[in-house]
Design a protein around this ligand. Structure first.
Ligand SMILES: O=C(CO)[C@H](O)[C@H](O)COP(=O)(O)O
Length: 231
């Protein structure tokens, strides 16, 4: 079974948690893309939902599927967000932002009663950190912020290369107009302490550690689906 098949299976399971009248957050990335496609089928079949996207890319996909879309200003309370992740652990702590949408993803997740994460089982790790931690930063004072991230991380037991994310030879720019520094720490021994240290840095807009937000996880493995938390 291909990795895309596994992602679609996880997406299909999450769709079972959706019912008529729900206000939904739509995640970003290749796994969330399957969910939006499957949701589009259900909407065309008569399901009534209103949705908020976590990125311009997802907004465009959802509109193309004919899914009724809203904004967080019009719909500030959501019932459920379904999103992917770059890494997750047994405690449902996540690393997100591989697709660069972490800020909107976190705002949408914070507005939602429940967050179901969908992924193939390669994303589950014993200790977070194998996937470089994305940190969204203001372009102003980039080098100051980079040094402050390195110092704060070292106090939390994390060392490694900090690289400015690039696309086509230029800094990658998020939907919010910010840059992303990818932190290659290999392990994050104290995720909560690191999260608190990063948000205290003035130039840091947001970081990719999602702690206390996911309420359920659907992992697709070749042998079947594995669920963590409440799905
Ligand atoms: O955080 C994200 C985007 O900012 C994605 O959810 C994450 O990168 C997972 O993507 P994929 O489903 O393509 O593996």
């Amino acid at each position: 079974m291909s990795s895309e098949d596994l992602k679609r299976q996880a997406a299909a399971r999450a769709l079972e948690a959706v019912s008529d009248g729900m206000r939904l957050g739509l995640g970003t990335g290749s796994t969330a893309r399957h969910f939006v496609e499957l949701l589009g089928d259900r909407v065309r079949g008569g399901l009534k939902v209103i949705c908020v996207a976590t990125s311009e890319a997802t907004q465009a996909q959802a509109e193309g599927e004919g899914i009724p879309m809203s904004t967080l200003d019009e719909t500030p309370e959501l019932d459920l967000v379904v999103d992917g992740a770059d890494e997750l652990d047994e405690q449902l702590r996540l690393v997100k932002g591989g697709g660069g949408a972490l800020l909107r993803e976190k705002i949408v997740a914070s507005a939602s009663k429940r967050m179901i994460v969908i992924a193939d089982d390669s994303k589950k790790v014993a200790v977070l950190g194998r996937f470089p931690l994305p940190v969204e930063v203001n372009p102003f004072g980039l080098e100051v912020t980079r040094r402050q991230i390195a110092a704060a991380a070292a106090r939390c037991g994390c060392t490694g290369e900090l690289t400015l994310r690039q696309r086509d030879g230029k800094p990658f720019v998020t939907d919010g107009g910010h840059y992303i520094i990818d932190c290659h720490f290999a392990v994050l021994p104290q995720p909560e302490a690191l999260a608190a240290a990063l948000v205290a840095i003035p130039g840091v807009v947001e970081h990719g550690l999602f702690i206390g937000l996911a309420t359920g996880v659907v992992l697709a493995a070749p042998g079947g689906l594995v669920e963590l938390g409440q799905v």
